[in-house]
Write a protein that binds this ligand. Sequence first.
Ligand SMILES: Cc1ncc(COP(=O)(O)O)c(C=O)c1O
Length: 304
Amino acid sequence: MGNSKDNIKVWWDGKILPFQEAKVPILNHSMQYGSGIFEGIRAYETDRGVAIFRLEDHVRRFLRSMKIYRMVSEYGEMEIINAILEIVKANNFENCYIRPFIFYFDDNIPLPVEGKKTSLYIVPLPMGKYLENASGLKCKISSWTRINSDSLPIQAKASGNYLNSLIAVMEARENGFDEAIMIDRDGYVGEGSAENLFLVEDGMLFTPSLDSSALKGITRDTIIRIAKMTDLEVQERRIHREELYTADEVFLCGTAIEIAGVINVDGRMVGNGKEGVITRRLRERYGEVVRGKFAVDPGWLNFV
Ligand SMILES: Cc1ncc(COP(=O)(O)O)c(C=O)c1O
């Protein structure tokens, strides 16, 4: 690897290393079988310095994902929080995306994990905007069904789950769309490939309930909390595919993408084909919340 990552420092099992020195064994279990667990977190520049948004919530989800797979880390909640703060500070980044990743550090073929040791690294990457056309996405309903908890635990952010996301995104891109929307096993709208989904109808917000194979997203929760504070009614319920075709507005949300308007689903224009008014208001408000300009919960910003 070369180029832009040359100056990045990573935290790895308690040490700070240059990016180029962080190397893994080629047969490591997580690479062979998708058994890594990860998080995606963001830090933003605020008037009071760099702050990590909802760090504790992300670390708690990270630990819950590990628990589902009985993955044991040497590091507890506070140690991981402190490690993330330390590595963001060490890199001196203002706006960045942070990827903690825990995996089996071994070099063997067998699938069972008894006796295997885990290793944890944290990589911060400079990140401004994730997508260029983030307020005008064209989405395709995937022909691939969203994984369901009867085959893979969907609330665990495990690497293997993202093959389901990947195949859906590939299909969407090959067909000229930006992103995939995935339907759950029962035929209801689930989520994007790695984003939650909301729609607006008659001034009300709707988002798939968690029985629709959707990740319990932290951005999703942030939006629900912002909406409640601003008297915008939100309903979590099952959503039919055709509701996306007739909605006034549709948007995707997630830590990386933040809030991105969807202007077209399966070739049908959403609303007037432009980012909707409520989407824009929420996107702007979200930007203020993560940058400490509008407080919903004082515990959401962790200063570096
Ligand atoms: C499958 C999936 N859904 C939704 C999201 C959005 O979650 P969050 O808002 O916590 O980033 C993510 C991103 O982590 C994801 O991977």
